[in-house]
Design a protein around this ligand. Structure first.
Ligand SMILES: [Zn+2]
Length: 64
């Protein structure tokens, strides 16, 4: 799995605001995600991200 800053990802679990789409703000050991709807910032570990991730649609599509 490859994710890059600026990618839009979909999560299996919806955020409290009802959105399942997140923008990747920073990658690394911890990944910083911004909710595409309410703008809330969350940090998840790379392992957690792999578990919650459903789909990646961004600049670098097709590597999931
Ligand atoms: Zn949200």
């Amino acid at each position: 799995m490859e994710i890059n800053v600026g990618d839009i990802i979909s999560s299996k679990k919806k955020h409290v605001c009802g959105s399942d789409r997140w923008q990747v703000e920073r990658t690394g050991a911890d990944v910083k995600l911004k909710c595409a709807v309410c703008g809330r910032i969350i940090f998840v570990s790379y392992d957690e991200l792999k578990k919650m991730l459903k789909n990646v649609s961004g600049k670098d599509n097709g590597t999931l």
